[in-house]
Ligand binder design. Structure first.
Ligand SMILES: [Zn+2]
Length: 108
């Protein structure tokens, strides 16, 4: 059985990370709205591309974290969604949104 204290500390970190990512994404969206000037189109485009890339990976991480949060509420955090085995603590610490063991991570 996974340590409840560990789960609760992970939950705090996840909630914190979710609000950080939400901010990051909304800032990236604001930037998108500003990108309508005709000057410096190329440079602006490159910056936008960079911002969009950040936004996309942030979006993905946000989904993972929300999923992990749901699993905490269901009492399934730290358990592989595929095979039901305990996920290594090191993996959970390395990436908060992980819901698969190392065997099934690549298939997700
Ligand atoms: Zn698994």
């Amino acid at each position: 059985m996974i340590d409840e204290k560990f789960v609760q500390s992970q939950k705090k970190l996840i909630e914190q990370k979710i609000s950080e990512l939400t901010n990051e994404i909304s800032q990236a969206r604001q930037y998108d709205d500003l990108g309508n000037s005709d000057e410096d189109k190329t440079q602006e485009y490159e910056e936008l591309e960079g911002k969009n890339a950040i936004s996309r990976s942030a979006q993905k991480e946000l989904e993972d974290l929300k999923c992990a949060l749901e699993r905490i509420d269901e009492g399934k955090y730290g358990i592989c969604a595929q095979c039901g085995q305990l996920i290594e603590t090191g993996r959970l610490k390395g990436y908060l949104g992980v819901i698969y063991c190392s065997t099934h991570a690549r298939q997700s």
